[in-house]
Design a binder for this molecule. Structure first.
Ligand code: ADP
Ligand code: MG
Length: 230
């Protein structure tokens, strides 16, 4: 039905929470939803990356950790450095094949990018190249905190400059104490619409329970139906 690429204004802005919320919401619609984290850096005590675990648990298609996260590196640092520390090269063609294999088994595939949109994956490739190679339209998670408007609009320009459609954006509250939070959200709405015709797909507050189910309740169901049932 639909595959999407989730990017963010930065690392730690809520890409994983919002991806998991989307997977949960799609599963609630009765669709087979699958998460994919092509490259992950940093492993939990059980040897699995936290993002991979969360995406795997939120999707409805039963998948192994290796299917959701085929490249999980030990070191929690920039992915090309984490790969180099293990003497590995991130092979984009393989990642694209793995994503396509999942997309064939699922109704909805949600691919979570790595860090911000232009994070390098090797000497001559970055996350934006991976998004282009996958060819999936993009959803941008904006971490609401001071400075996010410019980060959001710069990222949107980079997405469009790579020729990828921007399906919409999700506001995720990183700093609930941010001054004039609502005015910032209003500005983002206007600017995304004016520059990119990109709708807001949800405004997620700072949650005590940041589970996929709790976050999914703040997504715009009408807008999501338009995107995923198209
Ligand atoms: N809306 C939210 N409410 C509460 N905690 C959140 C929210 N969004 C993200 N977090 C927390 O912030 C951290 C970073 O979120 P995450 O989704 O992992 O970001 P990213 O994938 O962009 O690195 C996590 O510990 C997560 O639980
Ligand atoms: Mg993440």
């Amino acid at each position: 039905m639909r595959s999407v690429f989730i990017t963010g204004t930065d690392t730690e802005v809520g890409k994983t929470r919002c991806s998991a919320a989307l997977l949960h919401w799609c599963a609630q619609q009765g669709w087979r939803s699958a998460g994919f984290k092509p490259v992950a850096a940093g492993l939990d005590a059980d040897g699995v990356n936290e993002d991979v675990q969360m995406l795997r648990a939120a999707g409805s298609l039963p998948l192994t950790s290796a299917e959701v996260g085929p490249l999980q590196f030990q070191a929690a640092c920039a992915p090309h450095i984490a790969a180099a520390l293990e003497g590995q090269v991130i092979d984009m063609a393989t990642l694209v094949q793995q994503a396509q294999a999942l997309a064939e088994r699922a109704d909805v595939l949600v691919v979570e990018g790595v860090g911000g949109f232009c994070v390098p994956l090797g000497p001559d490739v970055d996350t934006a190249d991976l998004a282009v190679a996958l060819g999936y339209p993009v959803i941008l998670v904006v971490g609401l905190r001071l400075g996010c408007i410019s980060h959001a609009l710069l990222t949107a320009e980079a997405i469009r400059a790579r020729g990828l459609p921007l399906l919409g954006w999700i506001a995720n509250t990183v700093d609930p104490q941010m001054a004039h939070l609502q005015a910032n959200i209003d500005t983002l709405r206007v600017e995304f619409q004016r520059r990119h015709h990109a709708p807001c797909l949800g405004v997620v507050p700072r949650l005590a329970d940041a589970s996929p189910r709790a976050a999914a309740a703040y997504l715009d169901f009408v807008a999501l139906h338009e995107i995923f049932s198209a």
